[in-house]
Design a binder for this molecule. Structure first.
Ligand code: DLL
Length: 434
């Protein structure tokens, strides 16, 4: 059974595309019949499910956006009766009500499958003992990873997020060989282990399965260097299924999308036009096997690039670049466009900095200001003022040179920027309140 799942990653592209087309046709017909929102929306756009003759025809169909889910809160876009729905999750979102997502028994089965394939991609086997530090609850991380790990036959330790002291105790005493968490929480665990007098590198831990938030290549290198493990990126979103949409493989050359379930497109976020492979744009998914909540051309707001060349690992599934930014997390400061991830890359390349930072944006009259607060190592912090000023200047100049913005840089003491057990908060935009 596990072997069969693994083989799905190596289908020849022609067979995969035939399967995708068949599933797309069935899904379009199904949502048109069962979800009034889609029936109306297709009518408005003058398209019918029977117009879907080749994969290229998908761009005739309208997009679905987060607001459509909000407008039909909580269950209005479901394509099944509630008695078939066996699980609900929700994503908190930054404003207003959560987005509610539902799963039938078959959906849970697909989710376990794609998570099992995720763990296979990064080389886990039934011999692994896995500490699952993604939050269990409405967040999809905990239960999503849990079912996939069980499906693969690993030993799961269902820790959930938080309880850092206990996490460290379990990590050491239960002999975890892999851990699942957000990258920022793992950075926190590395530090807390040091405070407790041991190094993660001295435990049995070999692999980290990190996702749920953007993290740079520089962050990956830091984590690997400081903990001695291999750090892998996994990507997903509640609206599509949760984690299990795409995953790094051991080649670490982009994340393989489980395309037999989630059909990807890249569009120009401004015009909606479909862009060719190799071009950066907004990632859009159509869920071609989901039962309870199959969304058509769902705009993720995540910016990436798709690649269709065969991977060194032999998988034929296309790959997406690491998601570094969302089209809606761009900050515009004094006319300069900037993404938090650009600052992260700059900061982490500089010796003496720690991977904990906060961007604080304020407005004085008509003037926007950016303050970059960054923790430094205890050695730097105890150094003479002159050296601290040198580091501050160095960060300031790099940001100015690479982004073109003069930011105020504040070096703060280790441990002073708030830690999160889930997704890290990197931006405090105080302009919205003024
Ligand atoms: O974060 C699902 C998940 C759980 C993924 C555990 C990976 C691991 P949501 O809470 O709905 O779902 O948030 C989805 O988080 O649109 C991205 O903007 C961001 N995101 C998720 N994974 C990554 C990643 C889960 N690996 C939103 N890199 C997505 C960058 C990510 N951003």
């Amino acid at each position: 059974m596990r072997e069969e799942l693994y083989l799905k990653d190596f289908l020849d592209r022609k067979s995969l595309e035939q399967l995708q087309l068949k599933r797309l046709q069935e899904t379009l017909a199904r949502v048109c019949e069962r979800v009034p929102f889609y029936r109306r929306s297709f009518e408005r756009h003058g398209v019918k499910p029977s117009d879907m003759r080749t994969l290229a025809d998908l761009d005739r169909f309208p997009f679905t956006v987060k607001n459509d889910l909000r407008d039909h809160y909580p269950y209005g876009l479901f394509a099944t009766e509630m008695n078939e729905v066996v699980r609900l999750h929700a994503s908190s979102g930054t404003t207003g009500k959560p987005i509610v997502v539902g799963y039938t028994k078959d959906d849970i089965d697909i989710w376990s499958e794609v998570m099992c394939r995720t763990f296979q991609c990064i080389g886990l086997t039934p011999h692994d003992v896995v500490q699952n530090a993604y939050g269990y609850g409405l967040f999809t991380g905990g239960l999503g990873a849990h079912y996939g790990l069980e499906r693969l036959g690993c030993t799961v330790i269902p820790m959930s997020g938080g309880q850092t002291e206990k996490q460290l105790l379990v990590l050491r005493d239960f002999g975890a060989t892999a851990i699942c968490s957000t990258p920022s929480y793992f950075v926190h665990l590395i530090e807390e282990a040091q405070k407790a007098g041991f190094s993660i590198g001295d435990t049995k831990l070999k692999r980290g399965v990190f996702g749920a938030e953007p993290w740079s290549e520089e962050m990956r290198q830091r984590i690997e260097r400081e903990s001695g493990i291999d750090a892998y990126d996994i990507y997903g979103l509640s609206e599509v299924i949760g984690p299990g949409v795409s995953s790094d493989c051991t080649a670490k050359a982009g994340l393989h999308i489980f395309e037999d379930h989630f059909y990807p497109e890249i569009i120009d976020p401004a015009t909606g036009e479909v862009l060719p492979p190799g071009t950066e744009g907004e990632l859009v998914f159509t869920m071609i096997t989901k039962r309870a909540l199959p969304l058509i051309r769902y705009r993720t707001r995540d910016i990436t690039t798709l690649h269709y060349e065969k991977c060194a690992c032999g998988r034929t599934l296309c790959r997406m670049d690491k998601v570094r930014r969302r089209s809606d997390d761009m900050l515009i400061i004094r006319g300069v466009n900037l993404f938090p991830s650009q600052i992260e890359s700059i900061l982490l390349e500089i010796e003496g900095t720690q991977p904990h930072y906060l961007l604080v944006v304020t407005r004085e009259g008509a003037m926007d200001d950016l303050e970059v607060r960054i923790e430094v190592t205890p050695e730097v912090f105890s150094d003479e003022i002159r050296k601290m000023e040198g580091l501050q200047r160095c960060i300031h100049d790099k940001i100015k040179q690479l982004i073109g913005l003069s930011a105020k840089v504040t070096l703060v003491e280790p441990g002073t920027i708030e830690r999160s057990v889930g997704k890290a908060k990197r931006v405090l935009d105080l302009r919205k309140k003024t």
